[in-house]
Design a protein around this ligand. Sequence first.
Ligand SMILES: C[S@@+](CC[C@H](N)C(=O)[O-])C[C@H]1O[C@@H](n2cnc3c(N)ncnc32)[C@H](O)[C@@H]1O
Length: 354
Amino acid sequence: MNTLFMHCRPGFEGEVCSEIAEHAARLNVAGYAKAKPQSACAEFICNDAEGAERLMRELRFSQLIFPRQWARGSFVELPETDRISVLLEALVEYPVCGSLWLEVMDSNDGKELSTFCRKFEGPLRKALLNAGRLVEDAAKPRLLLTFVSGRRVFVGLAAADNSAMWPMGIPRLKFPREAPSRSTLKLEEAWHHFIPRDQWPQRLSDDMTGVDLGAAPGGWTYQLVKRGMLVTAIDNGPMAESLMDTGLVQHLMADGFTYKPKQTVDWMVCDIVEKPARSAALLETWLGEGLCREAVVNLKLPMKQRYAEVRRLLERIEEGFKARKVKVSIGCKQLYHDREEVTCHLRRLDMKPR
Ligand SMILES: C[S@@+](CC[C@H](N)C(=O)[O-])C[C@H]1O[C@@H](n2cnc3c(N)ncnc32)[C@H](O)[C@@H]1O
């Protein structure tokens, strides 16, 4: 069980390797990271048997940027028939688990395997329950079986409260028909990821105000309006009429990089395609000057050294807040709906509640 297995967006395997290797070095966990390009997964092989467990204990999954899911365990080769007996045998080495997810990679191979997984899950679950390897208990580890082929599976464990919220880290969000653009799902996913569900009523409430920079046609504004907020939408482009008809949106044709609200707003969101350093500076200004209490902003990724560049920008933002003596929590994740970008969430921790 010395391997930490991680899922990611295809093409970002190198970023996952850099990120986990950096954390492992900091935590003195000896080992090495490896990944095949476009495989949508990466592994960190630890030298010591308890290395992977230590990584999972010391790190919060939600704070990792590029991994979409993780599990510690090892690979098991499966026969063509009676895979269940072989899995039951392998699981003798594992603790009794509290839930079971069957996962595949987010790749073409993975898509083909998902039909197999759907058929296999029922009989496997039954066999695990009968053998006492699975009980319904959220406090027990989650058993994550990642099929890389019908003959090879990574048998992994992860704490349910320190791993992805959805199988493979892929949220099941329904596109709202009334929303003016598919981007709407990005902001909805960001909220799921960055804001605990039980805090939604206080932090996304209908007495709040928001500014959406680069708002047209209005997918992100739609999310704010859906929560009942009064929104100032900044964009030279046109906003969807359906949103303007709600009476909750003021549309200003202005530059999102120079606009400032007259009063502190609860939310600033920004989906402008710009150089990441410019978006990072925008975040520093808005949070640093107290123009908003919370923000969600996309950072477009550079072509190379994507992990290193994101880290550098986050450190620069952090230093900016330190110099201004303001307390801000900073989160950053490549969400499922992100492509060549990551999503940042920032929150002022030292401002009086409204
Ligand atoms: C990716 S789109 C935003 C999509 C939007 N979030 C949605 O969900 O419908 C980017 C928008 O940023 C706007 N934009 C680009 N540069 C801008 C700037 N400097 N100030 C304001 N808006 C800008 C563009 O006009 C475009 O509408």
